[in-house]
Ligand binder design. Structure first.
Ligand SMILES: [Ca+2]
Length: 509
């Protein structure tokens, strides 16, 4: 046919094909039989239908585990240089008040992937399996024509550990390198299948480093699999969720990251030791966490973050090389934070910033202007409706979260009620309302606690009795009660929570 090969009427990995197709259609066709011309016109219509879905960008979510946002340069971190993650922030949007809806693993992940509060998606604590049939971002994007994959830690299939390739897909077609649970440091391929590479004396998978190297260390291994997934030539756009198990403990990392931060001065939080009056019942200090603990743990934690950033760089490099970078919506986030000694604690589970606030970056230059900074309080349940808004996906599912896409587009709506809601994992017994500046925590066995992030960013004090903040306290209490009633949050019925809110609200009358 005049030297023209029929082009593929689709877009592979974000590479445009429309111009090629149109050029092919413009070529002289008069000598073609009529039925061939008809067929071409028909296939053109079909192509336009396909193109509507094919013109969607790739979607890549990179999620870390237990990651203190301030270890990243773009969030003010001074110790670890994170140029690749920082690039996502400078070329896209950075959220300064994005919270884990429930700051532990499974509930946070479930909220991010379903847009539903834990009491609605049932994943109210760790190791609760996401109910079969639940719509997730995976199933939604699969239905939109995406090639879907999940690589790394999942933690929504119960107790299984590591449990590679869980049987229930939730729309993720390629789950070969998905594992349910565990903080493994070394992976190997055995006949093309992944295995934990370190074993204990009984031959069982272990968290040991076991001389993991740039091929077998978990972060590198999972990145390599992600590069293979991204590099597959396919007609559909891809959706990949890459979920690193680091920088969650155990605090260990391969060479050379293991010693990179041995000589830095480890910052010691002012709140490592606090007077009893500043210690709420929902976050008791642990006397065993000392300066020496932090000096021992933090250099490796920083090393894990540096390794993650280098691997994010490898992914950005591949996307750039293949011309797909700007045709890929990239999110960088974590499931929750790690207090890293703040308030005399490690890990998470409470509403303090280091525990509940997470890094949240989104780069997609077609829709999101560079250096967009978003201060409003958001949480994991807002992600799916917001992505729906940014990509105009026309999703029919109903979400609990809100569509904040106009903020990401750099065009904030004229009115927006700046408030979001966090809730404890089962047994934690607290509810929290958060705005850009304030957090109100109501719990059983503790008086209401009000944080003012502007005047007291370390959250050292309870501002609830400050008469100048009485109005703020009232409005946040009102909003928290409305949330708990409308979203049927059973924590409202836990002793001390509902009564606390009632008491707060009656005190203004
Ligand atoms: Ca986690």
């Amino acid at each position: 046919m005049d030297g023209f090969a029929e082009p593929s009427p689709v877009i592979a990995n974000g590479l445009p094909a429309l111009e090629v197709w149109e050029a092919w259609q413009r070529k002289p066709q008069s000598i073609m039989p009529r039925f061939v011309q008809c067929a071409i016109r028909l296939s053109g219509c079909l192509f336009l239908a396909i193109r509507l879905s094919a013109s969607l960008p790739n979607v890549l979510i990179i999620q870390t585990d237990e990651h203190h946002f301030q270890t990243l340069g773009c969030y003010g971190g001074q110790i670890v240089q994170t140029p690749h993650i920082d690039r996502l922030a400078s070329e896209g949007a950075l959220c300064t008040s994005f919270y884990a809806t429930t700051p532990v693993c499974s509930p946070s992940r479930a909220a991010l992937l379903t847009g539903l509060y834990p009491q609605h998606n049932r994943v109210v604590q760790n190791n609760v399996p996401l109910p079969s049939g639940t719509s997730t971002l995976g199933s939604i994007l699969q239905q939109k024509g995406y090639r879907t994959g999940y690589i790394g830690k999942w933690h929504l299939d119960g107790d299984g550990k590591p449990q590679w390739a869980p049987a229930r897909s939730f729309g993720f077609e390629d789950r070969r390198f998905m594992f349910n649970r565990g903080h493994w440091k070394k992976f190997v391929l055995q006949d093309g299948r992944p295995e934990v590479g370190a074993l204990n004396r009984n031959g069982e998978p272990s968290y040991e480093l076991d001389d993991a190297d740039e091929k077998t260390f978990a972060t590198d291994f999972l990145t390599e699999r992600a590069l293979e997934f991204i590099g597959q030539k396919e007609d559909r756009p891809f959706f990949l969720m890459l979920s690193f198990p680091d920088p969650h403990g155990p605090n260990s990392v391969r060479k050379p990251y293991d010693t990179l931060f041995d000589d830095v001065t480890i910052p010691i939080p002012d709140t490592l030791r606090k007077p009893d009056s500043q210690i709420p019942a929902w976050a008791p200090s642990d006397a065993k966490i000392t300066v020496a603990t932090l000096r021992r743990l933090m250099p490796k934690y920083f090393g894990m973050v540096k390794c993650i950033d280098d691997n994010v760089g490898r992914i950005l490099h591949l996307l750039e090389q293949t011309g797909a970078l700007d045709q890929t919506l990239i999110v960088f986030t974590s499931d929750h934070g790690d207090l890293c000694g703040e308030h005399g604690r490690l890990n998470k589970g409470n509403p303090y910033e280091g525990s509940a606030r997470i890094p949240f970056l989104m780069r997609y230059p077609s829709e999101i202007p560079p250096n967009t900074r978003i201060g409003i309080a958001l949480s994991c349940v807002d992600f799916l409706p917001t992505l729906n808004g940014v990509l105009n996906l026309q999703i029919s599912e109903v979400f609990n979260g809100r569509d904040a896409s106009q903020w990401f587009r750099g065009n904030p709506p004229p009115s927006w009620n700046d408030i979001t809601f966090l809730r404890s994992s089962r047994g934690g017994n607290w509810l929290c309302a958060a705005s850009e500046r304030y957090k109100l925590v109501v719990s059983s066995g503790e008086r209401p606690w009000l944080m003012d992030l502007q005047t007291d960013p370390a959250e050292a004090l309870n501002h609830a009795s400050d008469p100048h903040k009485a109005e703020v306290l009232q409005s946040m209490a009102r909003a928290l009660k409305v949330y708990a009633i409308e979203e049927k949050d059973p924590l409202l019925n836990v002793e001390g929570i509902g009564s606390s809110l009632t008491e707060l609200l009656s005190s203004s009358q």
